[in-house]
Write a protein that binds this ligand. Sequence first.
Ligand code: DAH
Length: 344
Amino acid sequence: MNIDELEKLFKDILQNAQRAVSEASQNELNDLRTKFLGRKGEIAQSMKLLGKLSQEDRPKAGKIANQTKAKIESFFRAMKPEQKLLHTKNDYTLPGRKNISGGSHPIRLVMREIIDIFYGMGFSVASGPEIETEYYNFDALNTPADHPARDIQDTFYLPKDGYLLRTQTSPVQIRVMESQKPPLRVIVPGKCYRKDAIDPTHYYTFSQCEGLYVDKDVNLADLMGVLTAFAKKILGENVKVRFRPHYFPFTEPSLEYDFSCPVCNGKGCRICKGTGWIEISGAGMVDPKVFENVGYDTDKYQGFAWGMGIERIAMVKYGIDDIRLLYENDLAFLEQFPHPFGCF
Ligand code: DAH
């Protein structure tokens, strides 16, 4: 080994290093640094050869070795960030990954629409607790102690005496009337709980939207007018509405109202169970006994109220034939619904 051969060796290492660094991807740079400059790297190995040279050639060879090392170090430093990116193995020309954003649940969509419609008619939104007392859920609503709805088989009673999961949004009527003087117009969207056996139209959790209108000179025609206007807003002008006599402890007279089935246009289908009609809501004129319970003057004020089923409306609006779909959170189902901006 003579000085010329060693000089040639360092020159080759330098050239190899320059090419390798300029072509390397970000991930490969560290390995290259080790390969050329590491403790057992090519420079270090070649320096060992210095010992094989004559005494007088050694300083010169040492200088060449140090210069080569410094140059290689400068190659690594010279890698600009964008150059580093260019050399990574990532392909920056690929299309971006799809941003998965959450949407609104169909119950939420319908709820929001219902709120909008009643806002337009001058109603405001009230809310109340889902853990209720027997007083608000039953007694104040004129529900007798032996009424079947109170049955342990229908109501989720809580371990604490007198407490339950509300079976309806109606108790909020009482809470609102206790804290506000008439006249009033409120709606109460919210969740309710009943020990119903689960089937395509029943679930133990469901949603209602309660409504309460109290003023002087209020009558059944007002109730029918408001609910008919609502039906046309939510399902379109062609929907038909029918009212049937019914019984609720807190209204007199009481009725139930149905929409013509928008899925089959009243002809009869799976969703309306062949009847052409969908039961949407209970309703009625507020029983004066309820007004007495909150201290309203029954000579001066009358009112009407209703409690509509949100799931039912969502089901006919979107053609959903099984209520369980609304609670199972299957993404394939949920992704079919609009993803509006600004969910609440
Ligand atoms: N709370 C009743 C239910 O869950 C529905 C209802 C009927 C609400 C008549 C009312 C009403 O406010 O006036 O079945």
